[in-house]
Structure formats: C-alpha cells, structure tokens
Design a protein around this ligand. Sequence first.
Ligand code: PLP
Length: 413
Amino acid sequence: MYNINSIREDFPILSRQVYGKPLVYLDNAATTQKPLCVLDAMRKEYLNVNANVHRGVHYLSQQATDLHEAAREIVRQFINAQKTEEIVFTRGTTEAINLIATSFCDSQMQEGDEILVSDMEHHSNIVPWQLQAQRKGIVVRHLPINDEGELTIDKINDFITEKTKIISIAHVSNVLGTINDVQRIVSVAHLRGIPVMVDAAQSVPHMKIDVQQLDCDFLAFSGHKMYGPTGIGVLYGKECWLDKLPPYQGGGEMIDKVTWEQTTFERLPYKFEAGTPDYIATHGLATAIKYMNTIGLKNIEAHEQELTNYCMEKLKTIPNMRLFGPTTTIHPSSHCPQKDAVVSFLVGDIHHLDMGTLLDRLGIAVRTGHHCAQPLMDRLGISGTVRASFALYNTKEEIDTLVAGIHRISQMF
Ligand code: PLP
C-alpha cells in the first residue's frame, strides 16, 4: 500500500501556504523537498558527532568517519556498484561531469578527438566538455532527437567516428522526460571500445539504477534531487577507469606522500576527493536513500508514472495545449517505459514566464524557461516551456489544481 498521507507528513513544508493558498510543489526536477528523517539525521550528527573525517585518532573523528564510509556503502548498494572504491563523493552531478571531462580529456584525448553528447543535454553535460574542447582542440558532436523528443539511437553509428573517445548522455531528459536507452548506447559504444558516461540526475530519483546492468563506465547524480541535502552528489566510475585517470583537484585527503620533488596519490576513491568532504551531507544522502528504499523504488516509480500519465491526459483537454517529449509513459510498440516524471508544455501563445508567474499566485510552483537546455530549446524552436515535475509525495489532487489553474489562466488571455 502506498500511503500517500503518511508520506506527505514526512515533509512538513508540503503543508505550508503561499499567497494564502496551499502549496502545490511541482518543481521536483529542480530540487526535491527533504523528509524529516534526513533533517534529523544531519542535525543529530552536528549535535553529537561532528568532527573532521579520516584524519583523527579521536573518538568523534572515528565515529564521523564510520558514518561517512557507511554512506558510501549505502550508495554502492543503491546503484549496485561492485566496490565502494567506485563511489566518489562530489558536490553534485555538475561537479562529477566536470571531474570526468577534465581528467578524461587531459589524459585520454588529443587535438581533433571527438566527444559525443546529445541534443537533449542539460548544460552540465555540454559546457564542461566545451571547456575542454576549447583547451585541447577537441570536437563536441551531438546526437539529434526526432520530433517526438526521442534520441535517434538508430543513427548513433553515423555520429561515432574513429576519433570518438567518449560518449556522455542523459539517462532522462530534464525537459522532455524522455528515458534514453542507455544500455543500448553502451553496448554500441563498447563494441567500438568507447566508454560511456551517464548523467543520471533525473533518473536515480525515480527508478532502480543498476550500474552493472547498464554497464556504463561513469554515472553521475545529485543528492538534492532525491530527498537528500544540497551540495552532495556521486560520481560512479568503473575501477579500471578511475585507476587510469589523474586527480581532478589537489589538496588534503587525496595524497599518499608529498615532497617538494614529487607527490603520490591516495588509493581510490580518495584520489578524487580533495579537501574536507561534506560528511554531514553524505550521512544525509544515505538517510535519503534509506527513506526511498523503505517506500520501495518500484512503488515510487509506479506512483510517479501514474501521476505523469494522469497529468498528460488532463493537460490534453486544454485547448491549444502543446506537450513536449513522449506523450505516454510506456512506449506503444516496445512497451518499455519511455517517459519519466517530467511534463513540459506551452499553451497557445501564452509566454511560459506569464504562465509560471500566474500559477505561482495560485500556490503552484512550476519551473519556466529553458531549463538549462538552450540547445534543446533551439532544436524545438522555442525559448522555453512550463515544466511540472513530480516526486513520491505528489498527488492527483495537486495535478487537478494545476490543470484548473492553467484553464483559468488560459481563459484570461
Ligand atoms: N543533469 C541534468 C539532466 C539535470 O536535470 C541537472 C539539474 O537540473 C543537472 C545535470 C545538474 O545537477 P546539479 O545542479 O545538481 O549539479
């Protein structure tokens, strides 16, 4: 039984009002709200345990280190990585992609080599590669999408050349909700000896991720999009790759021995974790994962798929509604899930900003604009969309409120 009322009680912010209206929070792809257990766990750690990790012989430091390393193990199990050495804590998805872009391009790529991304990437999976491209004369290519907002994976071989050294692809689009078949991309890429990085910022919060099954070489996600704190994220990397790559940042924690002549580096994963880690946030993230596990990833996925379908069906009843991306959650022919908990739309010629501002006055929080995906907006020929995105605590009643709000605003224009 999915007990939505008891779940909502775990998130006190959901019962607040904005402009005198009950809050309807539908901006979960940007960040999720935090359950009490996460806030309590972090508060308790600051109150009772706080000490810097790894370096101390004293009791508190060891206790904090134990919590921090236990969090790594919880993340490992959550994505089914083989080893904790493959779990690197970062500030978020963005930092994880920057880490790989920098270390990989520095050590594995030469002028003229190519990186393949796609038309539906978040800027976090475009700009880090572009920065490296400028430095090293590397070329960033992009796999197109079709008019349904799906990646043209059938054409991927046309975009891979003997110069392609890495492919970096979003698992789920933060604008279209499209779920990309990354397992298929990985198998095509591996046939040609090319590693694949997966931007899982929008998939890890919504579905069971098994990195061994995906067989991806790198995968990144952010804690704050999955009920955890801000400022913490994860880079998963296959040990064989992480071993090969040079450190991203230098400092404490990541060294083995430092002399004026030479520095040697710590073993994995510490080689990539320079400086004091956010050990309170790693504990918060682990608590969020345990919270999601208690509800069950399958139950979360089913609930959110139901909300996504319900929302799309209701939105289709609004005159001049334009939905972006797949319009059903299950692909009609392959019967595979094809859309996640994100619905982007425009109504007639009402500007997305006007729609978002007026919805806000009704207590409904949605996101408007380009969603950090300007090349995708160019491809769609628009400047932005209105985006409603769902989490495990949203309800059909909230979607009804959204749809009624859109009806009302449409009639005003
Ligand atoms: N990738 C995707 C698909 C996203 O949706 C986001 C954030 O919205 C990011 C990367 C960046 O995540 P963060 O800002 O947490 O690093």
